[in-house]
Design a protein. Structure first.
Length: 215
């Protein structure tokens, strides 16, 4: 993130006019219109975000697998065998992880010459930025699924109590309109609410208010 921010600040401050009139009156040619630095930064961010989502999905899988969740019911279902619990949420999550892995392929290596070879090497930065936007949107949804599953898992551990930061995250999720354990129900509205909490930083704000700034 620090690298991408430095690149973006430097490139967005760079002059792209051609020609340039300098303070002493000289007129010089200064292209600096190649988007490769920004494109490469976007490609790198897409790879990092895709990997972050893959890690979140693996944690979710462990929560839902009774063989590895250390005492939690299968799929965090209230009545396993009759109810599916949160099984389908991981299907959704896994699909977005798979899409992000495809989108993590770097756009910057796909240069094609255009304009009768006048543009003999293009940066593909616009494509890199567009697919990064999709990856980030998917990542928010992936993390939302994990948050919903983790919240239910915590409550199924009662009377054990979470730490202050984890408890604040759980409270933010429940205050955000996401119900706790119960019979099977339509989950799309709850996942959408969790996605909003993730994207708008509300869970992070609650956690930091409880334990201080996260580094």
């Amino acid at each position: 993130m620090d690298y991408a921010e430095r690149v973006a600040e430097r490139e967005l401050r760079s002059a792209i006019d051609n020609p340039m009139v300098l303070p002493d009156g000289r007129v010089e040619s200064c292209g600096n219109f190649h988007g490769a630095p920004l494109g490469l930064a976007c490609d790198l961010l897409a790879m990092a975000a895709a990997d972050t989502g893959a890690i979140a999905e693996r944690r979710t899988d462990r929560l839902l697998d009774a063989g590895r969740s250390v005492g939690l019911p299968p799929f965090l279902a209230e009545d396993a065998g009759v109810n599916s619990g949160l099984m389908i949420t991981q299907y959704t999550q896994a699909a977005m992880v798979a899409e992000n892995r495809r989108l993590a392929a770097p756009a910057g290596v796909d240069s094609l010459p255009t304009s009768a070879m006048q543009e003999d090497h293009v940066s593909m930065a616009w494509s890199a930025a567009r697919k990064l936007r999709t990856v980030i949107e998917n990542l928010a949804r992936i993390l939302a699924v994990e948050a919903v599953c983790a919240a239910r898992g915590l409550e199924l551990r009662e009377p054990l109590e979470p730490g202050a930061g984890t408890g604040a995250a759980l409270a933010a999720i429940r205050e955000g309109g996401i119900a706790g354990p119960g019979p099977d129900r339509h989950l799309a509205p709850e996942l959408a609410a969790a996605e909003r909490l993730i994207a708008e930083g509300e869970i992070l704000t609650k956690v930091e208010s409880a334990i201080g700034e996260l580094q």
